[in-house]
Design a protein around this ligand. Structure first.
Ligand code: ZN
Length: 444
């Protein structure tokens, strides 16, 4: 699926690609997720590095290692956490709850433990979901040093008074916070930044889906002959990762023109775009248009969610929106073992990938033209650009050309025209290319 231009690739994905090719793309993205799914990611540690190892197979990532104790604005990089083993066993040595079976069984950032305990002593350290008795919850204790296990409520109810052997064979000591960064240079130093968090262990939609969509977008952008913007991809643990990145990249911030946080893109539900704090930045117009045309939802900013809240914070005030499907906390599988590989489906991954490229197509190609034949309607037929075959798509193409001619006054952009015409940007952009090629549109 190698295309010379981004627009060509977007048009291909939207209309020309054989269904089998799109299905294969989705399966391939899902297979990438399946490789990363078992790794025990957290705010730091070897699971993060192993995930970046996989991304590095296809992307020339720069890996950053930031020492524990490093200050980042109001935050301090935590100690590094790694787990060798963790379980709760009965006195016969049978493992009843086993980290090796599912890494959600262990509360992330649990401190080391080796003890024999009664149920009464153990119970405050056990977490379950009474209303979802078959699911394992996802819990973290990043900034409060304790330990815990998570288990299905049904299993909790079956445990007797004990005693039990409890083992958390983990290290929590000075090390590093690890993140990956990729810069794909363009003709301009103006940057578009896409970020996806990589701190969740065996959870699929939140946010392996965002990671594989970002990875494919990066690969596609790298394959293009030209890009206007420079593209920067950040794969970092949530909150502390983006704040640490912000603290080390003051020189980059003035070049950041558009930003998008990618998360939760593989589950059911339509796309949801969350605007930047200002709500009317270029990324809001571009993503709002694309998501709206795709039947998705556009929401206002709120200072809660993923890393958009760091980028949009008053001190940085960067134009970052967020693209997801059903947002965090609004689906029951959120932060449980039910957010697994079967919750995320290949067609949704392909749809999200296409939507991100469409948004980038707007950022790359929205521009303003002047109609060079503004006295009445120019005759398209004599220029050979009036479709001679009938049908809906032909009439759509004519309508897109008429709208583009009708509004290209030197100050109305192609995206503005698409909105007025209630047509997609891709249709208007394609019409403008045809019209400019026929000498009917020129610089404003
Ligand atoms: Zn999460």
């Amino acid at each position: 699926m190698r295309m010379v231009t981004l627009s060509g690739h977007v048009d291909y994905l939207r209309g020309g690609a054989p269904a089998g090719e799109l299905a294969a793309l989705g399966e391939s993205m899902h297979a990438d997720m399946a490789r990363m799914y078992p790794l025990c990611r957290s705010l730091s540690g070897d699971g993060v590095r192993a995930t970046l190892d996989i991304l590095e197979e296809t992307l020339g990532l720069e890996r950053r290692e930031v020492p524990s104790g490093t200050r980042a604005f109001d935050w301090t990089v935590n100690d590094e956490w790694n787990v060798r083993d963790a379980y709760i066993a009965d006195l016969q040595g049978r493992r009843l709850i086993d980290f090796r079976e599912h890494n959600l069984h262990l509360v992330s950032y649990s401190t080391p433990v080796r003890a024999r305990m009664t149920m009464e002593e153990l119970r405050p350290h056990l977490h379950s979901l009474p209303d979802r008795p078959d699911w394992i919850p996802y819990r973290t204790t990043y900034y409060n040093r304790t330990w815990g296990f998570c288990l299905p409520h049904r299993q909790l109810q079956e445990l007797d008074e004990g005693p039990y052997d409890v083992v958390v064979d983990a290290t929590l000591e000075p090390g590093h916070l690890t993140y990956g960064e990729l810069v794909v240079p363009g003709e301009s130093t103006d940057e578009v930044m896409l970020s996806a968090h990589l701190c969740h262990p065996s959870i699929a939609n939140d946010n392996l889906a965002g990671i594989v969509v970002a990875t494919r977008v990066a690969r596609l952008l790298q394959s293009l002959e030209r890009r206007h913007h420079t593209y920067r991809f950040l794969f970092a643990p949530g909150t502390i990762g983006s704040i640490t990145w912000l603290s080390r990249n003051a020189d980059v911030l003035p070049s950041l023109r558009h930003g998008l946080v990618l998360t939760g893109l593989g589950g059911p539900g339509a796309l949801v775009y969350k605007r930047s704090r200002h709500g009317s930045r270029d990324i809001d117009r571009a993503a709002g248009h694309v998501v709206g045309r795709r039947g998705g939802e556009v929401r206002a900013y709120s200072p809660y969610g993923y890393d958009e809240r760091q980028f949009n914070s008053i001190g940085f005030d960067l134009p970052f929106g967020r693209l997801s499907r059903t947002p965090h906390g609004e689906y029951p599988e959120y932060h449980t073992s039910a957010d697994n590989l079967s919750y995320v489906r290949p067609p949704e991954l392909v749809d999200a990938y296409t939507a991100v490229l469409e948004i980038i197509d707007v950022l790359e190609n929205d521009r303003t033209y002047r109609n060079l034949s503004p006295y009445g309607e120019p005759q398209l037929g004599k220029r050979g650009i009036y479709p001679t075959t009938g049908g809906r798509s032909a009439s759509d193409a004519v309508m897109a050309m008429l709208w583009t001619l009708g509004y290209s006054d030197g100050s109305t952009s192609l995206l503005d025209i698409a909105r007025v015409a209630d047509l997609s940007f891709t249709d208007i952009r394609a019409a403008a290319t045809t019209l400019a090629g026929a000498g009917l549109l020129g610089d404003p």
